[in-house]
Design a protein around this ligand. Sequence first.
Ligand code: HEC
Ligand code: HEC
Ligand code: HEC
Ligand code: HEC
Ligand code: HEC
Ligand code: HEC
Ligand code: HEC
Length: 403
Amino acid sequence: MKKSRILFAIVVLAVFLTNCTNKSDDYIDPRGTDYAGSESCIQCHQAQFDLASHSSHFKATAPASLENVLGSFSKGNHVFTYDKNTKLVMEKRNDSLYQVLYKDGKEVEAHPYDIVFGVKHAQTGAFWKNYYTYELPISYYHSLNSWGTSPGYPTDKPFFNREIAKECYACHSSNIGSRYITTTSDKVNTMAMEAESFMDKNTLIYGIDCERCHGPAKEHVKTHLKFPDLKTAKNIVSIKGLSRQQRLDACAICHSGNDKIKLKSRFQFKPGESLNDYFRATPSSNDSLHFDVHGNQFGLLAQSKCFQKSEVMDCMTCHNPHENSPSNLATYSKICMSCHQDLKHNETTLKTMSGSLLANNCVECHMPKKTSNAISFKLSNNKQLSNYILRTHKIGIYPTNKK
Ligand code: HEC
Ligand code: HEC
Ligand code: HEC
Ligand code: HEC
Ligand code: HEC
Ligand code: HEC
Ligand code: HEC
């Protein structure tokens, strides 16, 4: 027993040392030998890498380092009060961050931030316990620059037992493998063999990386390293060359809600495949009145006349897949106008708006912000629920609002 352990240690050390000396050659991707890892793309695709590595996609999950965790951990703004006896405090202890529960001033339990989910509108933390991850009860909300209860958690008292299952990682990361436990000493042994949701920490690839969208690229890298003069891409799916539906599906795999019956894991999806092989619709996923602004950009866009009546519109009409959506809304007006040159608003509409709004902000009126029905949260010491607000992707005519 001891001998084999020492041997194991030597093997680990050897693997570690070769990794250090010969990084890119010996990189082993947890997804398998046909994957090359994002680092390997830099040498030939610096421009795409520079953009993508700063995108929300790359940070959709991240290790909970001091720089990745959002929200205040310092005095004045780091306490969430449930009631006069119950407080949750965001604390920095040594180099780690924690959420600590206090009852009547006494510490009851403390859980670390191990992983963070999300970056643009909100961020939630997760911690590891027995091969599972659990959500921390308080999340950070950008719109209010404040802490609030995590989605799906009770708002009146703290819990630490909401599992963050593989499902979440399938949209927020590039890989997480299963872990099967076989030792008889393990309490949970009997179920362990089938328990898909046991997760293997070491196989987690944070964020949505190049190959999550482009599919395995090891052969592509090998070929182009071998033939540096090749100008046309080899051994990689050209998303540009796919049909409109295939291009849409490459985004809709994660951007069309989560209420369908799953036939296969999202992790297996590669560009060019069809969503129909991954999901079967349920009554709720056909209930188009209730598509939520959170998580279902595809469903909403598909309800728009722009989408239905044009043959080319897809997500890339307005988004660079390597970049965050521009926050300057005038950018989108140019795109709208590329199809709507002959645009004429009626007299009443023209009267109610300034010329500059009309020219620069189609989105404000035709893709207004809407409240999510799927997510709401509570702020500290607050009785009311706060809304989670996102822009709808159903481009249409809405009653003109205040602005
Ligand atoms: C040794 C150079 C090299 C490396 C490394 C490399 N590529 Fe490429 N790649 C190319 C060349 C050359 C092309 C064709 C010209 C172009 O589109 O830039 C290309 C094109 C592509 C395309 C466009 C395909 C198309 O036809 O639309 C994608 C996507 C792509 N590469 C992804 C990757 C990813 C992901 C990685 C890292 C895992 C990677 N590449 C690593 C050389 C390389
Ligand atoms: C593997 C799942 C997955 C795929 C595939 C995917 N997305 Fe996303 N996307 C996400 C998640 C998760 C977020 C939220 C990231 C965050 O803020 O933490 C996101 C965020 C975004 C954002 C907002 C980014 C910002 O900060 O402005 C845009 C725009 C977007 N995706 C467009 C696309 C497009 C276009 C495609 C297809 C080319 C695509 N996504 C494919 C999961 C995915
Ligand atoms: C079907 C894919 C999908 C699943 C499953 C999913 N998410 Fe998301 N999530 C998204 C997308 C897409 C966004 C960003 C755009 C939006 O809100 O529509 C997002 C946004 C978020 C955000 C806010 C980030 C931001 O800035 O917009 C957090 C936090 C988050 N998800 C956590 C989770 C957790 C925790 C789970 C599991 C309980 C989960 N998500 C499951 C796709 C998914
Ligand atoms: C969210 C999904 C997504 C991610 C992540 C992503 N790409 Fe792309 N990439 C696309 C799509 C979609 C296209 C096709 C764009 C089009 O048709 O306009 C594309 C196009 C490309 C192209 C062709 C040239 C171009 O810019 O259009 C290259 C090269 C490329 N990607 C490399 C990369 C590399 C390298 C990474 C990682 C650093 C990466 N991509 C990450 C979705 C993605
Ligand atoms: C790829 C071309 C294309 C783009 C880009 C585009 N549209 Fe459209 N849009 C159309 C077409 C085609 C119609 C249908 C016209 C018809 O029915 O005669 C339409 C219809 C509309 C309508 C009428 C909707 C209704 O329900 O009656 C509005 C409003 C509109 N577009 C606004 C916008 C805005 C705002 C943008 C930018 C965010 C935009 N469009 C971008 C092609 C486009
Ligand atoms: C006609 C233009 C247009 C098209 C087409 C389009 N989007 Fe967007 N998208 C926008 C605008 C405008 C925003 C909001 C930007 C803002 O408010 O900062 C946005 C924001 C987003 C966000 C961030 C959510 C938020 O509210 O911050 C995601 C995710 C996203 N788009 C995904 C997609 C996906 C996936 C597709 C394809 C199914 C798609 N978009 C097609 C215009 C478009
Ligand atoms: C202040 C709000 C507002 C702004 C800004 C705005 N619209 Fe509209 N739009 C409306 C309203 C209201 C209608 C319906 C009544 C009408 O036709 O005037 C409409 C109608 C439309 C239609 C359908 C008209 C038709 O012929 O069927 C299109 C297309 C459209 N807008 C596109 C745009 C584009 C593109 C922009 C940006 C350049 C824009 N709108 C800016 C409020 C707005």
